[in-house]
Design a protein around this ligand. Structure first.
Ligand SMILES: Cc1cc2nc3c(=O)[nH]c(=O)nc-3n(C[C@H](O)[C@H](O)[C@H](O)COP(=O)(O)OP(=O)(O)OC[C@H]3O[C@@H](n4cnc5c(N)ncnc54)[C@H](O)[C@@H]3O)c2cc1C
Length: 1015
């Protein structure tokens, strides 16, 4: 039997499954599935509140989405003002009237769903309102201030209770009703962000196992507990795995020990695909450990939507041969939309999950058929799909197995199925327990599952979908769609951009990829201490002393140019005619080739990004991707302005043409913090528009400058079109003062940008333009509707990635006062999990500061705040000696205390009250910077308001504020943060060309033939 690769083409999997899977009792399965569906539809009174609601409000209309947003956020908002704002926005911006009288259910039909819920706290309304405002007014009159808020909050609690068995074990026990079915209890919450959170989850699991043990003993039943590994360690990631494995194993084995002694089954849930390989490794270690080898209470979940679903089955089968029996819960998988987006964002070479729902169903049935016939495996089939249930029932014959459903779902379905399918096996229940604040990610997954068009439960009660369609075998549907498995809206990662290939990512979630990378690095190890001896046309005077790698935390020694006098006033400043006159399509070919070569040399460039620029693996990969994107994007964009003549309107007998010409020669001065991406972005823009370039990479990153330039030359860029100069600011100054310079592209400090500006205005020759990108005082505004865990993830990435040495990095977090303390507590705990040190290590989160001077500046800055007794938090783990600063948090008391950018891992925080947020925003604007800004809020009106008031070039909502993607988020600021059009945007190239027009009096060339020759 076959194993599939992570990104195996769907078609190959489909062909294999179609060939390998034998359908059994197809007609009977179809017929019985239809019967089950019809019986479910017949009996409306048995439908759950949720079914009634979702029949009217799916996720395909604005109102359903608004209610989902309310459900996701309302319970966690601590302050009434924000709650009211959210409710008002979500209720008034939707067209509830469309739903009036549409639903079958009297309950739902009473007004809108919100009205229905309000009806649970007051008397059910007997009146239909034309619009929600009228309803709100009426409701307020009846119930007084705050009533709507209370009603909606209650509504969301009711909704939550549909899916959650209780807030704790005591409340679950009170419900009784635990004898009729086997339950697997799940402690709500996932993906811990801090040690404290993982300890809380551990305690909850521990207590659950103890309680379930008691229950099992009394009731003689086999309840179990489901465990998420990501809840038990805040950094359960492949890059960290080597270090977290021991700790994680300790927690899981402690739980397994208890479970074994209490006779409680545990099942390891299946999570995201990026955790699959390390999850299996941990499960294997646990399963084969001498303490557990003979224990038959261990199990795992398998996701059939995963392309490696079958491999996981093989894994389980092999394990089961060498130890006591295992149970395997087969699911289809709960994170499908997230997996699709994650693969696109990371530029993976495909999707790790199947892209066709019917193929998932087929894969599920195929794996089910294997599970049913494998020795030592007890299969559990988790599904709410009538066809899947019926198929398994027929495939199983006498096999021992169990169906499983989620608490709050599938009750009616299984009740009807047990009537139609004679001798059907029992159904177990997966039962989440936990407080509301832990509920949200789970609730959202359930709502998506129930409300999505593609889901079986969503169509089960929909009278417009014929039962026979729902009962069709996935085999038939896959055959019908075999040439068209991918929906056109599911765009593969490499095709994300219509006119160009997307840059290729590198999958850091697979341990084998990390091994390969390290093997490949051996080749470059000697290079790091070798001076550059080969010489391109313009670097022959370079003598680089490069003895140590910055990765160890020791900044480079001095980089010398032995003779600055070679750069004379008139040195090499004429444009290269051969490059200028080369046809655009030839230039494009060269550019596409350079992009491909950068990808081909990826490992070498990663190596030097780590050693010369102190980048982490992830940052290095992102940087190469950005560079590749620049090349391809500008090559395509150039078509719009190069060699194109636009006819402009005018009187008869005259033609007016507009066209663009390269400006001539550009000086490109790039910084060390993006020694590949910004370096390439600047020179690529200048070159593709026909200019020649004098490029100066940063004195801190000459080797990377060399490596990149070599690739440019090898691919055909003439050496007189791109000339490389190494050295410090003095060299830059010299280059700029050359008389033939037509423009300067500069990225760096504000101070240097201003100096260049002055220098250009005083120099002889053409008026050279300056394209400058400098830094920012970048803020993020976080209101109380935000999800704290998401905010913490985004803050960590924005403030501390690249050790905060990005111009886009987050410097100030303005946090609503009601969540300030909670957020800071979580943030501080999460900061403790960041590892500071050499980026050579895969698990490094925060690498070195670029040089001693910069580090001293940062240290002095921190000292000032400490001296002034400001609360300064840093988890003291920066290696010493070495050029490292641990991520630090400074609590400000006013925005007056900060007025310039500090280029390091330092985040300032400040609480705000709703009344003074506007003041703070205008204070920020007055500081003059305008690069990046973020906002976390579920209230779209607030977001719009922020956009009106900010002047920043890039605003990011409900995400981090770094990592702009070429062509998606053109990057650049306003005010003190930069000039000109944005890099990676549709207008950037215009800055590298002159606009010219030619007007011809055509009469002089032979009369006004145009109007004299009319039809
Ligand atoms: C007891 C129990 C335990 C569970 N444990 C886990 C777990 O550990 N890990 C986990 O991830 N999930 C888990 N789930 C959730 C489970 O994955 C979903 O409930 C399940 O996918 C729904 O499948 P279905 O057969 O009920 O519905 P169906 O409607 O037949 O299938 C829906 C599923 O199809 C898949 N799908 C949707 N669109 C596409 C597409 N275009 N291409 C490919 N596939 C698509 C998705 O997986 C989606 O969830 C569990 C569910 C139950 C009942």
């Amino acid at each position: 039997m076959k194993d599939f690769s992570k990104f195996q083409p769907d078609r190959e999997i489909a062909e294999y499954l179609l060939d390998a899977f034998t359908i059994q009792n197809a007609d009977q399965v179809h017929e019985q599935t239809v019967q089950i569906i019809e019986q479910c539809r017949l009996n409306k009174s048995e439908r759950s509140l949720l079914d009634q609601f979702l029949s009217e409000y799916g996720l395909t209309n604005r109102e359903g989405v608004a209610l989902m947003c309310l459900a996701e956020s309302i319970l966690r908002i601590p302050d009434t003002a924000t709650k009211d704002q959210l409710i008002e926005e979500k209720l008034t911006n939707s067209n509830w009237a469309n739903h009036l009288n549409q639903a079958d259910s009297l309950f739902v039909n009473a007004a809108t769903w919100g009205l229905l819920i309000a009806g649970k706290v007051i008397t059910p309304p007997n009146k239909v309102f034309d619009n929600p405002l009228e309803w709100l007014q009426d409701l307020s009159k009846k119930m007084g201030e705050g009533s709507v808020r209370r009603a909606i909050t209650l509504a969301m609690q009711i909704l939550s209770k549909e899916f959650v068995m209780g807030v704790d074990f005591d409340s679950v026990l009170k419900q009784g009703n635990l004898k009729s079915a086997v339950h697997s209890f799940d402690m709500l919450g996932e993906a811990a962000r801090s040690k404290q959170q993982s300890q809380n989850f551990f305690n909850a699991y521990y207590q659950a196992i103890e309680e379930v043990g008691k229950l099992n003993a009394v009731n003689e039943i086999n309840h179990g507990v489901s465990i998420k590994l990501s809840a038990l360690h805040p950094r359960f990631e492949t890059l960290k795995y080597k270090y977290v494995k021991a700790e994680l194993f300790e927690s899981v084995s402690a739980l397994a020990n208890l479970a074994q002694s209490q006779n409680v089954e545990i099942t390891i849930d299946a999570e995201e695909q990026h955790r699959l390989s390390i999850s299996l490794d941990l499960i294997e270690t646990l399963a084969l450990h001498k303490n557990f080898k003979d224990w038959d209470g261990l199990g795992l979940a398998v996701q059939a939507y995963g392309k490696r679903g079958l491999n996981v089955f093989h894994f389980a089968k092999n394990l089961a041969h060498t130890r006591a029996p295992l149970h395997v819960r087969l699911t289809k998988g709960a994170y499908w939309d997230g997996e699709i987006k994650a693969a696109q964002v990371a530029g993976l070479s495909g999707f790790p999950v199947l892209i066709n729902k019917d193929l998932t169903d087929l894969n599920y049935l195929f794996i089910a058929s294997k599970l049913l016939t494998t020795k030592n495996i007890h299969p559990r089939f988790a599904t709410h799909n009538a066809h899947t249930i019926t198929s398994i029932h027929h495939m199983a014959e006498d096999a021992d197995y169990e169906f499983q459903r989620l608490f709050g779902m599938g009750e009616m379905l299984y009740a009807k199925a047990s009537k139609v399918l004679s001798g059907m096996q029992n159904t177990g229940v997966y039962a989440p327990i936990g407080p509301y604040k832990e509920l949200l990610p789970y609730l959202v997954r359930r709502l998506l599952e129930n409300g999505a068009n593609s889901s079986f439960v969503n169509s089960l009660l929909d009278p417009t979908v014929p039962p026979s369609t729902l009962a069709e075998h996935p085999n038939q549907k896959v055959i019908a769609a075999i040439n068209n498995l991918q929906h056109k809206k599911i765009v593969s990662p490499h095709n994300l951009f219509p006119q160009r290939k997307n840059s290729a990512g590198f999958d850091l979630s697979e341990p084998e990829n990390l091994n390969t990378l390290q093997q490949n690095f051996k080749e470059f190890k000697d290079l790091k201490i070798t001076a550059i001896t080969h010489a391109t046309a313009t670097t022959k005077t370079l003598e680089v002393k490069k003895c140590v790698s910055i990765a160890d935390g020791h900044p480079l020694g001095t980089v010398n140019i032995d003779d600055l006098s070679i750069i004379k006033e008139d040195y090499l400043v004429t444009p290269s005619p051969s490059w200028k006159n080369l046809a655009l399509k030839d230039k494009q070919t060269i550019f596409f080739n350079i992009a491909d070569q950068l990808e081909a040399h990826r490992d070498k460039i990663i190596y030097f990004l780590i050693h010369e620029a102190g980048k982490t693996y992830k940052d290095a990969i992102d940087e190469i991707r950005e560079a590749v994107d620049f090349l391809r994007y500008y090559a395509v964009q150039a078509e719009k302005i190069s060699q194109v003549r636009q006819s402009l309107p005018g009187p008869t007998g005259e033609t007016n043409d507009l066209f663009y010409e390269p400006k001539g020669v550009f000086v490109c001065i790039s910084p060390w913090n993006f020694p590949v991406a910004i370096f390439i972005g600047q020179i690529a823009a200048a070159l593709i528009t026909g200019n020649s370039v004098l490029a100066k990479p940063s004195e801190h990153t000459p080797l990377l400058g060399e490596i990149v330039a070599d690739i440019f030359y090898d691919c055909g860029i003439p050496t007189d079109a791109l000339q490389l100069f190494h050295g410090n600011g003095e060299v830059g100054q010299k280059l700029i003062s050359c008389s033939g310079i037509n423009g300067v592209a500069f990225t760096g400090s504000l101070e240097t940008a201003k100096k260049i500006h002055q220098q250009l205005s005083h120099k002889a020759g053409p008026i050279a333009n300056l394209i400058a990108e400098t830094g920012g005082l970048n803020a993020m505004i976080i209101d109380s509707s935000s999800l704290l865990e998401q905010v913490v993830d985004d803050i960590l990435r924005s403030a501390f990635n690249s050790a905060g040495q990005r111009c886009s990095a987050l410097r100030i977090a303005l946090i609503h006062e009601t969540i300030y303390e909670d957020l800071l507590n979580l943030l501080r705990d999460a900061m403790k999990e960041l590892w500071v040190g050499s980026p050579e290590e895969f698990h490094c989160d925060v690498g070195p500061i670029i040089e001693d001077r910069a580090m001293t500046r940062l240290e002095n800055y921190l000292q000032q705040f400490q001296d002034r007794k400001f609360p300064v938090f840093s988890h003291n783990q920066a290696p010493n000696p070495g050029c490292f600063i641990a991520p630090t948090l400074i609590e400000l008391s006013s925005l007056d205390e900060i007025d310039h950018e500090m280029f390091g891992p330092i985040l300032h925080t400040l609480p705000f009250q709703v009344d003074n947020l506007d003041n703070m925003l205008s204070q920020l604007v007055q500081k003059g910077y305008g690069l990046t800004m973020g906002m976390h809020s579920r209230i779209e009106g607030k977001v719009d308001d922020l956009l009106q008031k900010s002047i920043t070039g890039n605003v990011y909502i409900n995400r981090d504020i770094v990592g702009a993607v070429v062509g998606s988020q053109p990057f650049g600021g306003t005010g003190l943060s930069g000039t000109g059009f944005k890099a990676g945007g549709p207008n950037y190239l215009l800055q590298f060309v002159d606009e010219r027009t030619v007007t011809k009096n055509t009469v002089a060339f032979g009369g006004n033939t145009d109007i004299l020759n009319l039809d």
